[in-house]
Design a protein around this ligand. Structure first.
Ligand SMILES: Nc1ncnc2c1ncn2[C@@H]1O[C@H](COP(=O)(O)OP(=O)(O)OP(=O)(O)O)[C@@H](O)[C@H]1O
Ligand SMILES: [Mg+2]
Length: 358
């Protein structure tokens, strides 16, 4: 018989760790990007009980959280669940320490979900399966900036640990030693070599940055696009691609992030507009994403749910731009891909059930 605590079959409980704000929003139905109903629906269909937690209310043995049973939430103190799907962004040392402590007694998947871009690049470079998809990338230094200007026609200078397209600079060579520099939402400026170096170095301002060769991204209506690819572990622990969404940069912008005015467009539409066979290209992207996820998870075993930014160049070659550890998934909502949106919540629940059964 299953051990139970006040009606809950403890062995069927799946922990879902949320940021405090999201957790507190559950009963008010204000959970921002997190579509909590989808976790509930998937877990119930799988015979599991979702238990929503936040690190503030967790100790090393138990957690006070919201249990979803019989279509209702109940506040309960339960033992730390055997399996926990982490959706919280744990950046402070205290929360990281707590997360580490519960990971000793529970299988926390996606525990570490904020990854330094340069660190990920180095891990992926080490494997032949994934290194072929990586644009040349080095740590930022004034010296490496000068080298990049001698070597590349165009490159990006990016913070190694930021998101939503913040702080990203694009640089492209023009005739006569002039450089075109894109920064923030301003019109690109044209600068001489030394001015370019001083401008970039001033923006970097001792923060941790990297320099990455620019992928000549395929265009849609004259605007560059890339793809957000949701790569998740499923019911047998295997990696799969749950969905792909295109992101087209706003007119004049050098980043495609939806938070920076980018437009979500179905990838088939984008592929067709470039003369790529949509079925073939989609399959190639999926295969690349799975190879990348597999090679990354050898090095970081808890990784199980990522959103990759993947670019396609003018020749149709596939390039990895970055790996996001906490995909917001809402691109599918923008695109009315409701089944895919649901599956991005269902797949981690299938994986959680698999982990529980092990
Ligand atoms: N090497 C590159 N070549 C071409 N475009 C690039 C390159 N690096 C970044 N970009 C553009 O800038 C966007 C943002 O870059 P990136 O995804 O690395 O940063 P981010 O701020 O972490 O975004 P996210 O919110 O997805 O975490 C990319 O989606 C792409 O449109
Ligand atoms: Mg990105």
């Amino acid at each position: 018989m299953n051990p139970s605590r006040r009606g809950v079959i403890v062995s069927n409980v799946i922990g879902i760790l949320l940021d405090l704000k999201t957790y507190l929003g559950i009963l008010r139905n204000q959970t921002g990007y997190e579509h909590i109903d989808y976790y509930n629906q998937a877990a119930v269909e799988l015979g599991m009980t979702p238990f929503y937690m936040c690190l503030k209310h967790v100790n090393t043995k138990s957690a006070l959280g919201l249990c979803f049973e019989n279509k209702n939430y109940t506040l309960k103190r339960l033992p730390i669940p055997k399996v926990i799907h982490n959706r919280a962004m744990t950046l402070s040392p205290t929360s990281l320490k707590k997360l580490k402590a519960i990971a000793k007694i529970s299988q926390v998947f996606n525990g570490q979900n904020r990854h330094d871009k340069l660190h990920i690049h180095r891990l992926l470079r080490a494997s032949a399966n994934s290194s072929v998809f990586l644009p040349h990338t080095v740590k930022y230094s004034r010296e490496n900036l000068v080298k990049a200007m001698n070597r590349e026609d165009s490159f990006f200078v990016k913070p190694t640990n930021s998101s939503v397209g913040k702080g990203i600079i694009k640089v492209a060579a023009m005739p006569d030693g002039v450089w075109q520099v894109w920064w923030s939402n301003q019109l690109p400026r044209q600068l001489a070599q030394q001015q370019t170096i001083d401008f970039i170095d001033g923006k970097v301002n001792s923060q941790r940055y990297l320099i990455q060769k620019a992928i000549p991204l395929s265009m849609y209506e004259g605007r560059p696009y890339d793809l957000r690819v949701s790569v998740q572990r499923g019911d047998k622990g295997q990696w799969g691609v749950t969905g792909i969404a295109g992101k087209v940069a706003a007119v004049g912008r050098h980043v495609t992030n939806l938070a920076k005015g980018g437009e979500a467009v179905r990838c088939e539409k984008l592929f067709l507009s470039n003369g790529f066979d949509p079925v073939v290209k989609r399959k190639q992207v999926e295969e690349a994403a799975i190879l990348i996820a597999e090679s990354l998870s050898i090095q970081i075993p808890s990784i199980s749910d990522v959103g990759m930014d993947i670019g396609i160049d003018h020749q149709g070659a596939i390039w990895l731009i970055e790996v996001n550890g906490r995909d917001q998934r809402y691109q599918y909502k923008h695109l009315n891909l409701n089944k895919t949106f649901y599956r991005t919540y269902e797949t981690p629940m299938l994986y959680a059930k698999f982990l529980l059964s092990k």
